[in-house]
Ligand binder design. Structure first.
Ligand SMILES: [Fe+2]
Length: 375
């Protein structure tokens, strides 16, 4: 009897394998006939994109400076930037992708930048080895200051993120003290950065040592990061591969170093490794309505911002460009947040959960200045 059953099972398995190989062949034929997923994606972006050239000088206001919170407000007064609510939207069509550029930097403006048009503060570092300069130079200057990709994340994924955020709050996740003091709606900074350390480090918010039940808090955060990693990051990678390819080489160097230095904790908590496109993620409910620069971001790396929830408004204000970019749930905004002062405005009483994915500048600088094994 057992022999008969085994024979039937093997025959079923053979049939299943045959069916799956046929469908694979059919899928491959479809893929080739239609030019492939990536080609279709490219075509979709090309036909549905608003290219905006704003005829103003390249915005180098914050290039020569290091962290100075008052500077943004000083520039706003000095340059007579309009109030966030008075800026016009770049488009009211939420289904359009939007790519924004200005005039390129002039020769004089380039003098404010270091190798590969990196910030001037980089010049103060001791970049002596040719490999270091090469690593900086190949992290090329992106063509656009901001890119919005419309409706790229499924509603189901966004709903999952909102419910996992609420689950994390219910698990007693604790916010950093400075965040609670400074912001009405504090952010959690998750995964990996290099702030004020010689080596990459897991953020304090990810470790939750001050939570009443750290194990439950960490587990809840890992579930949230898991959905970002599995369902959000692959879409981002595909889009950025297409539109910001130059940054990939440096990303790979940072990623190799991070994986080596933090090998044991990443083995235990694999969702802290978000795949190398970015290394940290700030999550907050609400919005940052105060105009600011993300001083710890990299000059030429895009911060990748997306929202979940249900709300009205959600425009990202960019006074240096004299425009706002509406950012609805499911769309992705790639923004040069070290170059462009920004704030978001949200109207009504909805719930907005915003995710800002970034690589802090120290992580990049450490990788280039540090161990040559990664160059
Ligand atoms: Fe920001």
């Amino acid at each position: 009897m057992a022999g008969k059953k085994g024979k039937k099972k093997r025959a079923d398995n053979r049939k299943r394998r045959k069916r799956s190989s046929i469908s694979q062949e059919a899928r491959q034929a479809d893929y080739e006939k239609e030019g492939g997923v990536r080609d279709r994606c490219r075509e979709k972006v090309k036909n549905n994109t608003l290219y905006v050239h704003i005829p103003i000088p390249y915005p180098t206001h914050f290039l020569p400076f290091t962290k100075d919170r008052k500077l943004v407000q000083q520039f706003a007064v000095q340059e007579k930037w309009p109030d966030n609510h008075d800026l016009p939207d770049v488009t009211t069509n939420d289904r359009l992708n939007v790519f924004i550029r200005t005039n390129p930097p002039t020769h004089a403006q380039k003098q404010l930048m270091g190798p590969g048009e990196t910030g001037q503060w980089m010049l103060r570092k001791d970049w002596t080895h040719p490999e270091q300069l090469l690593a900086l130079k190949t992290d090329g200057v992106p063509k656009y200051l901001a890119m919005r990709f419309a409706e790229v994340f499924p509603k189901k994924t966004l709903a999952k993120l909102v419910s996992l955020w609420h689950a994390a709050l219910a698990a007693g996740v604790v916010f950093g003290e400075t965040e609670l003091q400074r912001f009405k709606s504090p952010a959690l900074h998750l995964a990996i950065w290099g702030l004020s350390r010689a080596e990459p480090a897991v953020t304090a918010d990810s470790l939750q040592t001050k939570a009443v039940d750290p194990v439950a808090a960490v587990a809840a955060l890992d579930r949230l990061l898991g959905v970002v990693k599995r369902e959000i990051v692959p879409v981002m990678k595909c889009l950025m591969h297409e539109h910001n390819l130059e940054a990939e080489r440096v990303n790979k160097l940072i990623h190799a170093r991070v994986r080596h230095v933090l090998a044991s904790i990443l083995k235990e908590r694999p969702n802290l490794d978000l795949g190398g496109l970015f290394f940290a993620i700030a999550v907050k409910a609400g919005s940052s309505e105060v105009l600011h620069i993300d001083w710890n971001d990299n000059l030429h790396k895009f911060a990748l911002i997306f929202c979940a929830g249900s709300f009205e408004g959600g425009e990202v204000c960019l006074p240096q460009l004299g425009r706002r970019i509406p950012l609805r749930p499911g769309s992705l905004l790639a923004l040069r947040t070290r170059l462009l002062a920004h704030a978001a405005i949200v109207g009504g009483s909805g719930f907005r959960l915003v995710f800002t994915c970034f690589t802090d500048s120290l992580l990049l600088e450490q990788t280039i200045a540090g161990d040559f094994a990664y160059l």
